[in-house]
Design a protein around this ligand. Structure first.
Ligand code: GLV
Ligand code: MN
Ligand code: MN
Length: 403
């Protein structure tokens, strides 16, 4: 049994045309019009192929191959970061669909479900659909989401979803047989090693904070340099300090200030406030905790140095997550059976597998990213590698189905 690589490519290209950008990527932020169109495409493509489909209370979109037995989930996501690439998430969903098409007609002791999870990227919340399915989507997370409360409510309304019903997407763990996700690596490890398949052992934990430095706006020509309470300066000093402290004290960790917004925002006004989007990651829970303390202390120090106030709001929290050892073995064996070389590695990116791993044995297959590039329109993976990954997904699914 094999994936039809050519048909999969046609589908992948059709999907990449939805929300396509001039630079060759896609712009499909969660629950925006392009994302909703991509999700409609997925359901229509599945229905046209004769598969049953469904949308749950969290907006997760699924294609189904029914059977008497628990459900083996195969999935990823169709939303993208702003101005993102065409492979992140989309490859896993299209490959999952093609596994169902390849398996159709064969009787299995498990049902197969290709699932497109809602809002993986966190332009709104992050892992919204997969956490709802796992039963771990917290009320506080919805009250203070990464993308802001107004954007979340607008997105839910556009998708016809109700906040008070999202939790109904929870699945009974007894009803699940496991979860597999094919994804591009988004880093340079596989390409550098010249290896076709990555077997993910752990997904790093991440935390996000919305910080606001509040100083005093003032005339840029008349406010003396020593009389300023410049919120922009405090934020800029924090950006530099955060980078320095991670490099110096937390090797193996990352911290990013991915957005910085000054107000009122004019050439001739000293910034009165600066909003900073801070995110940091580690593969170890205790280290993540220590990194958080160090970063927030640095923010307080730079705020004090410029005589500004600092507001700190947590807007996202994901634990480091080991993936299932038995599923890792199944992936490795599936790759070996296809004559593909594999290596085990950690994921520095977040994934839906991280949420689903809490309720059912979960595993991830990585394929090489050209130059390790991702979250960028230039993101690319050789098509042969994509098909290899899909065939490993198929092989691993069959192994898990029949164990
Ligand atoms: C998702 O791609 C993330 O790691 O932020
Ligand atoms: Mn992704
Ligand atoms: Mn991503």
């Amino acid at each position: 049994m094999q994936i039809d690589g050519e048909r999969m490519r046609e589908d992948f290209d059709a999907l990449a045309a939805i929300g396509a950008t001039a630079a060759g990527g896609v712009d499909r932020p969660s629950l925006g019009e392009a994302h909703l169109a991509a999700r409609r495409w997925f359901l229509e493509r599945a229905a046209a192929a004769g598969l049953a489909t469904r949308v749950d209370a969290a907006g997760n979109h699924s294609a189904l191959l029914a059977a008497d037995g628990p459900t083996l989930l195969l999935g990823s996501h169709l939303d993208s970061v702003p101005n993102g690439g065409r492979y992140d998430g989309a490859l896993g969903v299209v490959a999952a669909l093609h596994v169902l098409l390849a398996v159709r007609g064969t009787e299995l002791p498990v049902a197969l479900e290709a699932i497109d999870f809602t809002d993986e990227e966190g332009t709104l919340v992050g892992l919204l659909g997969s956490e709802a399915l796992a039963g771990t989507l917290a009320r506080e997370t919805l009250r203070a989401p990464r993308g802001g409360r107004d954007a979340l409510l607008a997105g839910l309304a556009r998708a016809g979803l109700r906040e008070d019903e999202l939790a109904l997407a929870r699945r009974d763990p007894e009803s699940l047989a496991g979860y597999l996700e094919l994804h591009i690596e988004q880093g340079p490890v596989l390409e550098r090693a010249g290896v076709q398949i990555g077997v993910v052992t752990t997904i790093v934990g991440a935390r996000s904070y919305a910080l606001v430095f509040r100083g005093a706006a003032g005339h840029a020509g008349t406010t003396p340099m020593d009389a300023r309470r410049d919120a922009g300066l405090a934020a800029a000093a924090f950006v530099v300090a955060a980078n320095e402290l991670v490099v110096r004290d937390f090797p193996g960790c990352v911290a990013t200030i991915g957005d910085l917004h000054l107000e009122p925002g004019a050439y001739n006004v000293v910034p009165g406030s600066a909003r900073v989007a801070l995110e940091f990651r580690s593969g170890d829970g205790a280290e993540l905790e220590a990194l958080e303390t160090a970063l927030l202390d640095a923010a307080r120090r730079e705020a004090d140095a410029q005589r500004t106030e600092l507001e700190i709001a947590p807007v996202g929290r994901w634990k480091p997550t080991p993936l299932d050892a038995g599923v890792c073995d199944a992936i490795e064996n599936a790759a070996a059976a296809l004559g593909l070389e594999s290596l085990r590695l950690r994921s520095g990116a977040g994934h839906d597998a991280q949420a689903v791993a809490g309720v059912t044995p979960a595993g991830m297959i990585f394929v090489p990213s050209v130059a390790g590039l991702s979250h960028d329109p230039g993101e690319s993976t050789a098509w042969e590698d994509c098909v290899n990954g899909a065939n490993v997904l198929l092989g691993a699914a069959l192994r898990l189905a029949c164990r």
